[in-house]
Design a protein around this ligand. Sequence first.
Ligand code: ADP
Ligand code: MG
Length: 368
Amino acid sequence: MKAHSGEVGVFVRIRPTANFAQDLIQCLPDGQVTQPLDTRKSHVSSWSFQLEGVLRDVSQEEFYTRVCRWVVLGALDGYNGTVMCFGQTGAGKTYTMTGSTESYKQRGIIPRALQEVFQEVEIRTEHAFNVYLSYLEIYNETLVDLLSSLQGSPRPSPHGMLVMEEPGRGVFVRGLSLHPVHSEEEALNLLFEGEMNRIIGSHALNRNSSRSHCIFTVHIEARSRTLTNAKYVTSKLNLVDLAGSERLGKTGSEGQMLKEAVYINRSLSFLEQAILALGDHRREHVPFRQSKLTHALKDSLGGNCNTVLVANICGEAAQIEETLSTLRFAGRMKCVRTDPVVNEHTDPALTRTCETIHDSVNRLESTY
Ligand code: ADP
Ligand code: MG
């Protein structure tokens, strides 16, 4: 739908409602939102947001093709990419990101992206690709590796995982396992294991799995097959399913649920602060380190990244307040600039090999 254009792609996806004709918030492709049937106030309310597109009643395939495909293809070319789903619980974030297991057609962004990656790896024969996966969950500011134990309940690493930054490497999570994958099938198996671990882990802790943020990352490395080229490119494709953004106190939560809600609200408000700062070009300092989520996503929101935000909303008029809050967040994200560049590196060992080959060729040429 768009190429590396320097701004975040912001799309709204409206979850289909049972009572389609009634109580519907109208969200037009130009970002105009109206609530036509507000019987309590008996007037039509209207709001306007900067959006890239509004998608309602689109298949998973069309959604992937229109919104995400360019980010996935960019990652194979060496550009970092992020697709992030934001919205209240029940609005369709997990359906969009992972999909439903009910039918093959309902596969979400992650399985489709994995399919595309391995199809391209087959086609792009001039390069040798290495693909790795990681799956991070952030629950109450605790980092959980969803692929640390491929059987049984995942636990936070005993040594503690840590979001770190290193020159040349950027942001990474120390202690998060990286898994090499060689085929779509192998990758899907890992995704499935991660999903199971997410569910098992949440049962063990007696919590709802939508109370955490999840970052599924495809790490790609592409090397030219010609021996005379010591350059190689790397990229990270982050597919992010954020925790429900509903406001605190709405459900009268207490105990553990209240604690979760406080953590979620805090981390999403830090995410919003980081996005506001990224969108304000006079601001030099962006507060990324305030939460694990923003720190882990530091190089994956604006800057060197092709970024797409999916704002998942419900169509019911009763949800208007949450919908407006989601759309306000989406509007702020639209102000964030991106400046993606190919992550090219030089392999010092291979450089020496290449130099030796060049020397040998030169010597041979001068001999004959
Ligand atoms: P969230 O992750 O935002 O809490 P879910 O993705 O779990 O929400 O969606 C809630 C329910 O609505 C699920 O049963 C899901 O299958 C269904 N659903 C969400 N979006 C769609 C859609 N676009 N088409 C069909 N069903 C959907
Ligand atoms: Mg969910």
